[in-house]
Design a protein around this ligand. Structure first.
Ligand SMILES: *[C@@H]1O[C@H](CO)[C@@H](O)[C@H](O)[C@H]1NC(C)=O
Ligand SMILES: *[C@@H]1O[C@H](CO)[C@@H](O)[C@H](O)[C@H]1NC(C)=O
Ligand SMILES: *[C@@H]1O[C@H](CO)[C@@H](O)[C@H](O)[C@H]1NC(C)=O
Length: 428
C-alpha cells in the first residue's frame, strides 16, 4: 500500500516537473501549480516518512520518459461547440443508466465510465478510505487531462503500470462504447487475461495512445464518476479556457440509497437491522458518520450549483433519479438541451428500448410497472426506525431535493402519499 502511495506521489511530482518543462499547461494551470506546490511538498514528506522505498535513477529516467511522450497537441482554446460533460453522482443513484444517455449518443461522443476508479484504488489508505484532500486533487487533475484526451496521469494510477501505453486492466473498458470502437481495437494477444475486455468485438489490451487519438477526433466528451465528492474542487475545470464543461449532478433520496445499500452490502448493515428490530446493539457509528458525510457533501455541492456563482453560471444542472425513472425521455431531452448537444435518434432509441415495458427489463431501471410506485418501493423495505435516523442525519438534504420526511410508520407505508415533491431546480 505504501509503495503504491509513494509511486503515485512520485508521479504527481514528476508530472509537475515535466509539465513545467514541456509547457503544455495553460496560463490558468500555471497559476494553480504555484498554489499547489506546498501540498505536493507535504505529500512527499508524507511518503518519505511512511516508506523507505527509493526509486533507482534508471527507474526515474524511465518513468519520466514515459510521460515525456505527448498525446498530441492540445489547442489553446476550446473548439467552438465542443462540450465536456461531467456526470457527478454517488453510488446507487442510477448513474450507470444515466451515463448511457451519453454513451449511446452515437458517433460523435467520447464517453468514459468511472476512470477515477483507478485513482481511488491507488490512493486507498490502510484505513480503507482515502485522504479527501489528496484524492480530490488527483481526481480533478485526472479529469482535466482526460477531457483533453490525455491519459498520461490516469496511466500512472493503473496497476500494473501500462507498458508503452498498453494495458489489459482498464476498469470496465466495455462500459464505454468509445473504447471498444474499431479505431481503438488492437489485435487480440493470446494468453493475456483481460478482466474488462470488449464485448462488442474481439480486441486486444487497450492501447491508450489509440484511445487518445480517437478521443481527439470526437466532437464531445463525457465522463461519469461517483468519486468526486465536492463540486467546488472542480472549479479549475470550469475555468480552464480549453474546456467548456457542463456539470450534471445526479441525486437520489438518501433513504432509498440506504435501502439499496442494505441489500447490496448486507454484512455491513447487520447491526442496523438488529437495532431496527429492537435488539440492544449500538448502531454502527462509522456507517452513520459516512451517511452524514455523504448527505452533507451532496447537499453542499448542490447548494453551490444552484446558487450559480459566476464560474458555474450555465454550467450546472441538478437531476433527481426519481424524475429520470419516471420520465426518462423528457429528462434526457432536458439534459441534452442543457448541454447544448443534439439529442440523437440513437440515444432516443436506446432510452426507448431500455425503459419501455419490454420482456427483458431487469427491474432496477424498468419503468414497466407503475414507475411512481417503483421509485418509492424502498418505503416497504426500510424499517421506520432507520428511516428516522436518515431523516435526522440528512434532514436538510431531503428538504433541498424535495423528498418529504415521514412522521410516522403509518405515513411511511401509506401509498396514497407520495414522498417525492414536484420541484424545478434549474434556473438557467
Ligand atoms: C490529508 O493530507 C493533507 C495534505 O496533503 C493533510 O494536510 C491532511 O492532514 C490529511 N488529512 C488526513 C485526515 O490525514
Ligand atoms: C499504440 O498505438 C500507437 C498509435 O496508433 C502506435 O504508434 C503504437 O505503436 C501502439 N503501441 C503498441 C505497443 O502497439
Ligand atoms: C401509480 O401509482 C401512483 C402512486 O401510488 C398513483 O397515484 C397513480 O395513479 C398510479 N398510476 C397508474 C397509471 O396506475
Amino acid at each position: 500500500m505504501r509503495i503504491k502511495y509513494t509511486i503515485s506521489i512520485f508521479f504527481v511530482v514528476a508530472l509537475v516537473v515535466i509539465e513545467k518543462e514541456n509547457n503544455i499547461i495553460s496560463r490558468v494551470t500555471d497559476k494553480l501549480s504555484s498554489k499547489q506546490a506546498p501540498e505536493t511538498h507535504f505529500s512527499l514528506t508524507l511518503a518519505e516518512g511512511g516508506s523507505s522505498t527509493s526509486l533507482s535513477k534508471t527507474g526515474l529516467t524511465y518513468m519520466m520518459k514515459r510521460h515525456l511522450e505527448n498525446y498530441g497537441e492540445h489547442p489553446e482554446m476550446v473548439r467552438r461547440g465542443r462540450k465536456h460533460i461531467l456526470l457527478l453522482a454517488t453510488t446507487r443513484t442510477g448513474s450507470s443508466f444515466v451515463g448511457e444517455f451519453f454513451n449511446q449518443h452515437g458517433g460523435n461522443m467520447f464517453y468514459l465510465f468511472e476512470p477515477l476508479w483507478h485513482v481511488e484504488k491507488m490512493l486507498t489508505l490502510e484505513t480503507g478510505g482515502t485522504n479527501a484532500t489528496v484524492a480530490a486533487k488527483a481526481y480533478r487533475d485526472v479529469l482535466q487531462q482526460l477531457f483533453l484526451c490525455d491519459f498520461s496521469q490516469l496511466e500512472s494510477f493503473i496497476e500494473p503500470l501500462p507498458v508503452d501505453h498498453v494495458t489489459p486492466s482498464l476498469f470496465r473498458r466495455w462500459s464505454s462504447i468509445s473504447l471498444c470502437e474499431e479505431s481503438v481495437c488492437s489485435p487480440v494477444v493470446r494468453g493475456v487475461f483481460e478482466p474488462y475486455h470488449c464485448r462488442s468485438r474481439r480486441c486486444g489490451p487497450i492501447n491508450l495512445t489509440m484511445a487518445s487519438e480517437s478521443c481527439l477526433q470526437k466532437e464531445h466528451r463525457a465522463i461519469k464518476t461517483v468519486r468526486t465528492r465536492k463540486l467546488d474542487t472542480l472549479r479549475p475545470l470550469a475555468e480552464d479556457p480549453r474546456l467548456d464543461v457542463r456539470f450534471i449532478q445526479l441525486v437520489r433520496d438518501p433513504r432509498a440509497v440506504l435501502a439499496s445499500r442494505m441489500v447490496a452490502f448486507e454484512e455491513k448493515y447487520k447491526n442496523w437491522k438488529k437495532w431496527a428490530t429492537g435488539a440492544d446493539v449500538p448502531i454502527d457509528e462509522v456507517e452513520l458518520s459516512k451517511l452524514k458525510g455523504n448527505c452533507d457533501n451532496i447537499r453542499m455541492s448542490a447548494e453551490l450549483g444552484l446558487n450559480q456563482p459566476s464560474w458555474l453560471r450555465g454550467r450546472y444542472m441538478l437531476v433527481r433519479y426519481e424524475d429520470i425513472a419516471r420520465f426518462p425521455m423528457s429528462k434526457a431531452a432536458e439534459m441534452y438541451r442543457f448541454t447544448g448537444i443534439p439529442f440523437t435518434p440513437q440515444a432516443r432509441f436506446w432510452i426507448l428500448s431500455n425503459t419501455q415495458a419490454s420482456k427483458k427489463t431487469d427491474g432496477l431501471y424498468s419503468t414497466q410497472k407503475n414507475s411512481s410506485e417503483h421509485v418509492e418501493k424502498w418505503r416497504f423495505s426500510l424499517p421506520f426506525k432507520i428511516v428516522q435516523v436518515v431523516q435526522k442525519v440528512c434532514g436538510p438534504t431531503l428538504k433541498l431535493f424535495g423528498y418529504k420526511s415521514v412522521s410516522s410508520e403509518k405515513m411511511l407505508l401509506d401509498k396514497s402519499i407520495s414522498l417525492i415533491e414536484n420541484k424545478v431546480f434549474n434556473v438557467l
